[in-house]
Design a protein around this ligand. Sequence first.
Ligand code: PHE
Length: 466
Amino acid sequence: MSQDSIAVGSIAGAASSVAARGLWSSRWAFFLAATGSAVGLGNIWKFPYITGQNGGGAFVLVYLACILAIGIPLLMAEVMIGRRGRANPEGAMAALAKQAGASRHWGKLGSVAIFTGFLILSFYAVIAGWAVAYAPAAAIGSFAGLDGESSGALFAAMLGDPWKLVGYGTLVLLLTLGIVGLGVREGLERSLRFMMPGLFVLLLVLVGYAATTGHFAEAVDFLFAADFSKLSGQGVLVALGHSFFTLSLASGAMMAYGSYLPAGTSIVKTSIMVALADTGVALLAGLAIFPLVFANGLEPGSGPGLIFVTLPIAFGQMPFGQVVGGLFFVMLAIAALTSAISLSEPTIAWLTEKFGISRLKAVLLSGVALWLLSLGTVLSFSAWSEITLFGKTFFDSLDYLTTNLLMPLGGLGTVLFTGWVLSRSTVQEALGIGHPQLFRLWWQVLRGVTPLGILLVFLHSMGLFG
Ligand code: PHE
């Protein structure tokens, strides 16, 4: 994206003309930004640990099915809505609803998405802080000679230090909002060109290392042999929620990015490429981590610390581990940063366009609110770890509320809005699929398979099928 694209658009505030809001410089720029948004902690931190908690293969299969039948069709719909509406998610959905002769209240669905993204960013920044903390630790050789136990202790010591977590979380928020506020995205776009392939290569190196542990086959079996007796109804909901989370759906991010997409770029092709890259990174992360989990006698279902406990053991043992480990955590932090930026964009665009305040004010306002909220996540790992609601800490509750409730329900709303409120001809034109057959397939999936799929997962998670 050119430097002035988002910045100019947003400085223009309430002005919603295309010229005033700015556009991505090219289809490639949009692809990079969307991939930067999709690929993040969700792929490398979250996917392995929730796969571990939910028994492996069957969970992965359901997750892949959700990406295909729900995630990809919805990704196309969100980008399309953003581009057609040329406004923040609330404004875009309200405008499209009005055009279709429906109630402007559909815009509320956009506000829910913006709020979801805001809540996610409050904990996302804290976890990204873990990666920031681990990068220098890896580089100076703190991981030498770690085993499962000592690595677990190192991680627990970090979690138990709220000052450290606040410090790194604040740093991530400052970087995110600084970049968004200053509009220094040109540099970011450039760094993404190295970062994405770099992360990919490092993951391949890690998979290669994992293959030498003698537990690779066990890991492949764990990840890909589906045993449905290990998957609970809740696990199916987690898989669905994660397909939204990992593709940055139902959080305003993809709609906001779509609103800067030039006409004429193929939404279909780009969406499929983004989903492929995103899924590829997640599966590679799984293949890198589970051999280490089994080789070191760790528990696959041990939770959010999984990669922060397993990978340091590998970095402490492999040749050039300090370099590989340092680079890995730096890249993970950058991948998280590009996702965090996309999480903040909908809120900022909404504040500027709806209330006519400057971009700087919007950044400051949301920054303070995000920072305060992030303290809840920080403390849930130490002082507040015993304070729970329905057995969930503050962090667990936020994660559950956003990923397992707001995202699937908001996504369902958006799917119904696109498939049943907007007219077929408008959607076809806005999406720009030349192939009538291809469009018909997408349209039918979006109107039928996708909403039914989401509903079934919900009913199933409530135990309605026994
Ligand atoms: N998709 C990002 C990840 O996997 C997280 C994210 C969610 C980003 C929602 C934007 C919006 O890490």
